[in-house]
Every structure is written in structure tokens, then in C-alpha cells.
Design a protein around this ligand. Structure first.
Ligand code: SF4
Length: 328
């Protein structure tokens, strides 16, 4: 589960992918679900059968008490083996101590690119040593900025010398939020179907071609989408699907729907005239529609006398509709 604990952050990275809806706003989301109370976090964790949480923002340490509260909440509910890792640029020792006291398992430090070449003389060295001494796994997670290859190599050498557990290099990528800033910096997409920037893969190949004593991962935008996001979506689909939903290979849901006025009368007709079983349809007042098994709706649509559709949507808390087919 991705737990976004606050949009507040003291930095302004040009590549920041966080949406305007969240960035610099003090809001909390568990995956796509807006969190108003603790139960929202627990519900989402159950819905995707989460085995752990990546705590992110903004900078989670801008909301330290809340972050520590969620770590304790998740461990109390799902047990000590529920894994928690957190991304931050903050090196404040008081805050790192508080994370250790709360039970954080893993710290992923995001060293700002301007510090890569001289990270050894920055506050990150003390932060790493303190977090390790307090029993946390410590690694780095930074964007792979192609034109900073030499500085990145210096950062990896430092990670090796400090005995870090891993370095995750994220392919620098375009998002809706950073598109304009990335264009101003002169980046171009590596091909039409990729959000990744041209040049990052070549640098990654050179870096991964060296032998390192620290584990180095290169995480492409394609991998994140194809594996990380899709696995989470699929698990959520299996948990939240209603009896009338079909789950696709991608983890989206197919539903038959009827919208508009007079849905009470339609519901009565579905029961009496078309003999649709009660457990294969329901009226959803929040979305103003009747949901019904798509295989049944396809059969009876020509006799219903009103517009009906099969929709494909994400099983997320904000169910994005990706396709709509009108039935004859
Ligand atoms: S530290 Fe992270 S959240 Fe803050 S601006 Fe940079 S990329 Fe965005």
C-alpha cells in the first residue's frame, strides 16, 4: 500500500511527480483513497491484502507525529511483520530517532541531486549511521538523471562505503504534474509509448555493468506500471469485486450499468419481467445507476427500451472508467 501522509515538503525538485491535487497540501491518501480517519487506512490495506506500506509524500517527516501514528497503527493491526518503509530527504536525527521508536523497518533516503558529488560531507552520512544503529534497513532511492552520471557514480561509491542495503535508481519520467518543468529542462520521451526520458537507460546500463558491493536496482516506469501497480490493482479487484463484476486480466472490473431517471421502475422490471437474480444486480444511489452482471445485461438490453452499457473501470477507491460500450 502506498500511504501518502502529507503533501508538505521543503523541496521543489523539478522532476517531482506528485499531482497538484496533493502537492504542498496537507492531505492523506491510502493508494487512491482519501483518508479522513484511521479506518480508511486499514480498509485499504485489507482491500489490497497489503503485506506492507511505502510511506511517502511530500516529505513524511513534515508530518512526523502522523507518520509515527500510522506506523504504530499498521503494526498493531497487522502484526510486527507488516513491513514499513519511508521516503524522505530529511536527515534530522530527532526525527530519525522517532521513526525508530515507532518501529519503522526501512528508511529510503532521497539525496538531492545537488549533493550527490559531496554527499560524504553532508548530513546524510550521520543520518545513515544513526538509522542503521537503530536497527533500520537503510537504502537510497533517487531519480536517474542522465546528465548527472558522474555525480551519481560518486553517490553510489558513498553508498558502498557506508554499507547501505540497496540503491534504487528510478527512471526519470514525465508525469502530468512535472511535464512542463521537464520540457523546460530539455527532456524528451524515449519513445511514443513511454513516460521515461531518453538517455536514462544508457546510463543505467553503464552503471549496472560495473560490479558494486551495494545492490543496485534500476526501476523503469514500464516496470512500475506493468508489475507494481498492476499487482496491487489485481489484488484489490479480487477483494472488492461484487458478485456481478467480471475481473479482467489487467485487474479492471467489467460491469453492466443502467443510468438516468426512473431507476426504481427499471429495477422492478428487471426483477419481475426479466427475472434477474437479486445477487447479480444492485441499485447504487451514490453513483445514480443500477449495476448488473454484464453477461445478463447483454442478453436483455435489446428488450429494456433504454440506454445500457458495459463499462470497464479500475477497482480503486476513485474508480476511473477506462472504457464504455453501449449495448444495442
Ligand atoms: S522531495 Fe520528493 S515530494 Fe518533495 S519536491 Fe522533491 S520529489 Fe517532490
Amino acid at each position: 500500500m502506498v500511504l501518502f501522509v502529507t503533501g508538505h515538503c521543503s523541496f521543489h525538485c523539478f522532476y517531482c511527480p506528485v499531482s497538484d491535487e496533493r502537492m504542498y497540501r496537507d492531505v492523506v491518501y491510502a493508494d487512491e483513497k482519501r483518508v479522513e480517519r484511521d479506518e480508511d487506512v486499514l480498509e485499504e490495506a485489507r482491500a489490497i491484502r497489503a503485506k506492507g506500506a511505502g510511506i511517502t509524500g511530500g516529505d513524511p517527516l513534515e508530518a512526523l507525529d502522523r507518520t509515527c501514528h500510522y506506523i504504530r497503527l499498521l503494526k498493531a493491526e497487522f502484526g510486527p511483520s507488516f513491513h514499513t518503509h519511508l521516503y524522505t530527504m530529511t536527515t534530522d536525527p530527532v526525527k530519525i530517532e522517532a521513526l525508530a521508536d515507532a518501529g519503522l523497518d526501512e528508511l529510503r533516503l532521497h539525496v538531492p541531486p545537488g549533493l550527490w558529488a559531496r554527499v560524504g560531507s553532508s548530513g546524510f552520512t550521520a543520518a545513515v549511521r544513526l538509522a542503521k544503529a537503530r536497527g533500520m534497513t537503510v537504502g537510497l532511492e533517487v531519480p536517474l538523471i542522465p546528465e548527472h552520471e558522474a555525480d551519481l557514480v560518486r553517490l553510489l561509491e558513498w553508498a558502498e562505503a557506508e554499507g547501505l542495503a540497496f540503491v534504487n535508481l528510478d527512471e526519470l519520467e514525465f508525469s502530468d504534474a512535472n511535464y512542463g518543468r521537464m520540457k523546460v529542462h530539455g527532456y524528451v520521451n524515449k519513445h511514443d509509448l513511454s513516460y521515461g526520458v531518453r538517455g536514462a537507460d544508457d546510463v543505467a546500463r553503464r552503471i549496472l555493468g560495473r560490479v558494486w558491493k551495494v545492490t543496485v536496482h534500476y526501476c523503469t516506469s514500464g516496470y512500475k506500471d506493468a508489475w507494481q501497480l498492476r499487482s496491487r490493482i489485481k489484488r484489490r479487484a479480487e477483494t472488492v469485486r461484487r458478485p456481478w463484476d467480471l475481473v479482467t486480466e489487467d485487474g479492471t472490473l467489467l460491469k453492466g450499468i443502467i443510468e438516468g431517471d426512473g431507476l426504481d421502475g427499471v429495477l422492478a422490471a428487471l426483477r419481475r419481467t426479466h427475472k434477474v437474480p437479486e445477487d447479480l444486480m444492485a441499485y447504487d444511489p451514490a453513483r445514480g445507476r443500477i449495476e448488473i452482471a454484464p453477461w445478463i445485461l447483454e442478453e436483455i438490453a435489446p428488450r429494456l427500451g433504454r440506454a445500457s452499457f458495459v463499462v470497464e473501470e479500475y477497482p480503486t477507491a476513485d474508480p476511473l472508467e477506462v472504457e464504455r460500450t453501449r449495448l444495442p
